[in-house]
Design a protein around this ligand. Structure first.
Ligand code: PLP
Length: 408
């Protein structure tokens, strides 16, 4: 099969809609267009039945016990906001301390920052080189004022798979609520709310081959029953937790995406692991001074995040523009900032700027992986030939002894 360019290897940013998902969604745009909240006619009932079916699928998908635990949202950004602000408002009189990690998604970090301005105290747990939270740090950080721990299932940049089972056991023992942003892990690594003792789970359809603009928050309703304070006022949909007319086609697609992901997880994850390792060994086997960021063992199968020493990030991105990937530099308004995730893991600015995130997915082929591995090796070798620092390194100059980083 001919390769289509640019080759899409950014599946941690978003995934294409699976054709089977699209097919399931289509009737809900044109023929079955009812409002799921309309109780007086069959258009409404048809839409409601489709939504309820998706709700059941998603409940099973995360190992929940009642479809009432699913609160549909516009995506995981909203689910993260609702989980954290909703708990803060619900339990604010009991305590004002929240624990999270330094490498959470901005939807969690910026929500926590807003709460800090409102008087909450937030502990941002560090992660080491491995990109993993130490459950013992969670235990030590919990005080009698702690109301919530929020730790993601899988990190979106480095793919590290957090020890949520151990963290959940601790929060459970201490009687503190546990939220996990599970967006990157769902359908990629085994997960269920019981073995992880999770109370709130954020999900997003478009990271698992569903459509953009739809997500959900799973909210535990028994032991303990959580009464989140809604952040959106209106018609009182979703058991009063999130008002707004439901995105019926999106929800149908989300349900279908979950059904497929659950069914295909074992086979898909071993295929992706094999391809990811092929890419990694293809690159590392031919290029020295190339570093994988974050634990390779505790990592989702499709993610590879690599830093290339002696290569400039921008030049690298230009050189491999036939491949759609993300870099470890975030363009802020004025400057090129290194990724806060890599920074928190202790990766220096130079190596953070030269890092590339490869996100393999359901539709990534072996030919594409072979092509990308070859391309990366060739381009990095070419760029390094132009690098005076690389030349010095090859000549055995101890670069650490040179005060060169300050001038950069
Ligand atoms: C993509 C992503 C989000 C945001 O999800 P949206 O549905 O796009 O709002 C939140 N958390 C993580 C870890 C993500 O990867």
């Amino acid at each position: 099969m001919a390769i289509k360019f640019p080759i899409y290897m950014d599946n941690n940013a978003t995934t294409p809609v699976d054709p089977r998902v699209l097919e399931a969604m289509l009737p809900y745009f044109s023929e079955k267009y009812g409002n799921a909240a309309s109780r007086s006619h069959s258009y409404g009932w048809t839409a409601e039945a489709a939504v309820e079916s998706a709700r059941e699928t998603l409940t099973k998908f995360v190992g929940g016990s009642s479809p009432k635990e699913i609160v549909f949202t516009s995506g995981a950004t909203e689910a993260d906001n609702l989980a954290i602000k909703g708990v803060a408002e619900y339990l604010g009189s009991k305590g004002n301390h929240i624990i999270t990690s330094a490498i959470e998604h901005k939807a969690v970090l910026d929500t926590c920052k807003r709460l800090q301005r409102q008087g909450f105290e937030v502990t941002y747990l560090p992660v080491g080189k491995s990109g993993l939270v130490d459950p013992d740090d969670v235990r030590k950080a919990i005080t009698d004022k702690t109301i919530l721990v929020s730790i993601m299932l899988v990190n979106n940049e480095v793919g590290t798979w957090q020890p949520v089972d151990e963290i959940g056991a601790i929060t459970h023992e201490k009687g503190v609520l546990f939220h996990t942003d599970a967006v990157q892990g769902l359908g990629k690594v085994p997960f269920d709310v019981e073995s992880s003792h999770v109370d709130l789970v954020s999900m997003s359809a478009h990271k698992m081959y569903g459509p953009k603009g739809v997500g959900a928050l799973w909210v535990r309703r028994a032991k303990p029953r959580i009464r989140l304070v809604a952040q959106m006022d209106g018609g009182g949909h979703e058991h009063g937790m999130r008002s707004g007319t439901l995105n019926v086609p999106g929800i149908v697609g989300f349900g279908k995406a979950a059904e497929l992901s659950a069914k295909e997880l074992p086979e898909e994850s071993s295929r992706l692991l094999r391809l990811r390792e092929k890419l990694r060994t293809g690159i590392q086997g031919s290029l020295e001074e190339t570093f994988v960021n974050g634990s390779i063992e505790r990592r989702m199968p499709g993610n590879l995040n690599v830093s290339f020493a002696f290569v400039e990030g921008e030049a690298m991105m230009m050189a491999i523009k036939d491949v759609a990937v993300s870099s470890g530099s975030a363009c802020t308004s004025a400057s090129l900032e290194p990724s806060y995730v890599l920074k928190a893991m202790g990766v220096g600015d130079e190596l953070a700027h030269s890092s590339i995130r490869f996100g393999l997915g359901r539709f990534t082929t072996e030919e594409e992986v072979d092509y990308v591995a070859r391309l990366v090796v060739e381009k990095v070798k070419g760029l390094r030939e132009l690098s005076p620092l690389y030349e010095m390194f090859k000549e055995g100059v101890d670069l650490k002894s040179l005060q060169w980083s300050a001038e950069h």
